[in-house]
Design a protein around this ligand. Structure first.
Ligand SMILES: [Ca+2]
Length: 345
């Protein structure tokens, strides 16, 4: 028995370095995925909103249009004031033709409402239609494209989620956002984020590259991005518009956008990918689970997309190395036993 244990132990020991290597590689991949490389990005002025804002005092800016209650000051764009039943939006005039991009938004959601007596939040958009008022955070329902909701009020009183809650939704125009359920049945992923009434600056980053959608927050005054959402298999066309909207109901908040900066990510695509007409892509997501499965999931999260080819390769490599090591160790042990047994004869 003792020998058996010893043998098992050696088996594990020989595999340990490979598992460690696997962990390091996966971790490295995560880190590379999360850090924005300054040299490979370029801010696109035509899709960005930065201070000093042009057109202060007028109802529009050269690159952006306002809708509803939105007002512009020298310090912020206020989508709604801390008053009931208001809705406002801001929309980029130029459609985005970039295949891979990263949007950094500085926002400030604040007001006099105490815990859970404020609302409703901000939505960030990358959609086909712009300046279309509606019931989804001040913008139209059954939209085409991507929405990121910074939802500050739990309309669903039975939810065990902690709000504010950030969630994402991709829509091809067919799905409705159910406000009373905080969009739970149609969301792809989300996270809780304490983003309201902060004294320091609060930021959100949305990255879309090669079908991977990542949302990160910087809301703890640490000057670092924290992962919120990371899903693969997201298909979005080029030619849509960036926007932001907000709405208040019985409860309210000031919903301010301080800046929106769009960066181009320098990513190579295969000739096959390049040959596709990207403006014709229908917004969709390939997930292992359907969004409906989300309803019974207490965390509401299923961030992991299918295993990528790279990860499968690593897993297979590790398994192969493990088998080789086992074979070698087994052979050595067998040989030694044979020698030991010989001595008895
Ligand atoms: Ca809500």
């Amino acid at each position: 028995m003792a020998a058996l244990y010893k043998k098992d132990h050696g088996w594990l020991c020989s595999l340990l370095p490979f598992f460690l290597l696997l962990l390091v590689v996966i971790r490295l991949q995560v880190v590379i995925g999360d850090v924005t490389d300054g040299s490979s990005e370029h801010m696109k002025r035509e899709h960005s909103l930065i201070k000093p804002y042009q057109g202060v005092g007028s109802s529009s800016m050269p690159l952006w249009d306002f809708g509803g209650s939105t007002i512009l000051t020298s310090q912020y764009v206020r989508l709604t004031p801390d008053e009931r039943s208001r809705e406002g939006s801001i929309w980029n005039r130029a459609s985005c033709l970039l295949k891979d991009w990263e949007l950094h938004v500085q926002f400030h959601i604040h007001g006099g409402g105490k815990k859970n007596l404020h609302g409703d939040g901000i939505a960030l958009w990358y959609t086909r239609d712009r300046l279309s008022p509606g019931p989804v955070f001040g913008s139209k329902d059954k939209f085409h494209g991507l929405a990121i909701f910074l939802d500050t009020y739990p309309n669903d009183e039975t939810t065990e989620r902690v709000f504010p809650y950030i969630s994402v939704m991709v829509n091809n125009g067919s799905m409705e956002y159910e406000h009373g359920k905080d969009g739970r049945s149609v969301e792809l992923a989300g996270c809780t984020a304490d983003l309201r009434n902060q004294k320091h600056d609060t930021f959100l980053a949305v990255r879309y590259s090669r079908g991977r959608l990542t949302v990160m927050t910087d809301i703890e005054d640490k000057n670092e991005w924290k992962n919120c959402i990371d899903i693969s298999g997201v298909r979005l066309p080029t030619g849509y518009f960036f926007g932001a909207s907000a709405a208040t109901g019985d409860l309210s908040d000031n919903h301010d956008i301080i800046s929106m900066k769009l960066f181009q990510l320098m990513v190579e695509h295969t000739p096959e990918e390049e040959n596709i007409d990207w403006t014709k892509i229908e917004p969709s997501v390939n997930l292992l689970k359907s969004p409906k499965d989300n309803v019974d999931d207490p965390t509401g999260n299923f961030r992991n997309g299918p295993l990528t080819g790279w990860k499968i390769f690593l897993l297979l490599l590790c398994a192969l190395l493990g088998i080789i090591v086992c074979a070698v160790v087994g052979a050595v042990v067998f040989q030694k036993r044979k020698e030991k047994n010989k001595r008895f004869y």
